[in-house]
Design a protein around this ligand. Structure first.
Ligand code: NAD
Ligand code: UDP
Length: 319
């Protein structure tokens, strides 16, 4: 297939480029570098299976060659306002990437009769009142809350994707991605793993927000990409959760990072820098991914952190 990937210079987009090229496909990468980096795709320069367009997906997209699949991953993704690339600090760009960007990429898929895959998020469940979260849970999102620019854009994107499927028969898929980590995460984007792993490698105390009792589950990027590619190759149109179901408190998460890195500086508890309601519990119910895609994460958190450390060390000049 010839596959358009938006957000190709981001963390997940760049790994998808690598995986799909390895599977024998050709890639049209698109990005405007608002939160991503050319460094993430520098290794693909000169590869005859990869072409790149610097373009904002909020504007009309024209792809001259036939496209067989479209993966829409372009969007700011970090909730930490201490970072300039957080969606809190890019509110209108975030809503445009989720709304106009989804409309434009669906238009490409319709024009090319291509299959389509939307990167949605566990954030569509908001601060969930149901636990774990299965795909039939409708969520608990405040449309006027600070996280709404991201959450509501993704909820709109899901609804638009299914509207194109139902009205225009576009061959769509929706993946709801839960917290994922690995090499090529932006060390400064303020998400939990980059913040805490950077602190640990520098021998600093890890900044846990609040009392650290809030929970997440963390999926290693190779597992996530495997699940997304299985969904792309499947015929499933309704949303599918992809994430690691091993749930832990953020305090436990920080302790694991300190153990794996040998950091002796401990944990410091600080007020939540995000000043918005932090989802208190999050864990994917992955029954649909297991049964429809035969997918199961393979990489433990300890292994995944080990695999991520060399990238962070090289970025920190410690390698
Ligand atoms: P990222 O910031 O590393 O990548 C996003 C990429 O999209 C960046 O390269 C950015 O420059 C690009 N982009 C943003 N707006 C754009 C626009 N208007 N036009 C063109 N390019 C644009 O983030 P990521 O973690 O790789 O996230 C990728 C996708 O996956 C996002 O849609 C995000 O919502 C979704 N997601 C990620 C996670 C996770 O844990 N990483 C969890 C849930 C959902
Ligand atoms: N977090 C933290 N310290 C940090 C960064 C994040 O304690 O330096 C916590 C944050 O409060 C949240 C969890 O880690 O409970 C995951 O945060 P992240 O920004 O990675 O993503 P979220 O799941 O909130 O979208």
């Amino acid at each position: 297939m010839n596959i358009l990937i938006t957000g190709a210079a981001g963390f997940l987009g760049s790994h998808l480029c690598d995986k799909l090229i390895a599977d024998g496909h050709t890639i049209v990468g698109m990005d405007n570098f608002i939160t991503g980096s050319p460094d993430n795709i520098a290794h693909l320069a000169g590869n005859d299976k990869f072409v790149f367009y610097k373009h904002d997906v909020s504007n009309y997209i024209f792809i001259p060659n036939k496209v067989d699949a479209v993966l829409h991953f372009a969007s700011p993704a970090s909730p930490n306002p201490q970072s300039p690339v957080a969606y809190f600090n890019l509110p209108i760009q975030t809503m445009k990437a989720g709304a106009l960007g989804t409309h434009n990429t669906l238009g490409v898929a319709k024009a090319h009769q291509a299959r389509y895959l939307l990167a949605s998020t566990s954030e569509i469940y908001g601060d969930p009142t149901v636990h774990p979260q299965s795909e039939d849970y409708a969520g608990n999102v405040d449309p006027a809350g600070l996280r709404a620019v991201y959450d509501e854009a993704k909820r709109f994107a899901e609804a638009l994707t299914l509207a194109y499927h139902r009205q225009h028969n576009v061959d769509t898929r929706i993946v709801r991605i839960f917290n994922t980590y690995g090499p090529r995460m932006d060390m400064e984007d303020g998400r939990a793993l980059p913040n805490l792993l950077k602190q640990a490698l520098l021998g600093q105390p890890l900044t846990v927000y609040g009392d650290g009792a809030q929970t997440r589950s963390f999926c290693y990027v190779d597992d996530l990409v495997d699940g997304i590619v299985r969904l792309l190759y499947s015929d499933e149109h309704m949303p599918v959760n992809i994430g690691n179901p091993v749930e832990m408190s953020i305090k436990e998460f920080a302790e694991i990072i300190n153990n794996v890195t040998g950091n002796k500086a401990g944990i410091t508890y600080v007020p939540d820098a995000r000043s918005a309601r932090d989802p208190q519990r999050r864990r994917p119910d992955i029954t649909r991914a297991r049964t429809l895609l035969g997918w199961e994460p393979q990489v433990s958190l300890e292994e995944g952190i080990e695999k991520t450390i060399p990238y962070f060390k090289s970025k920190l000049g410690l390698a």
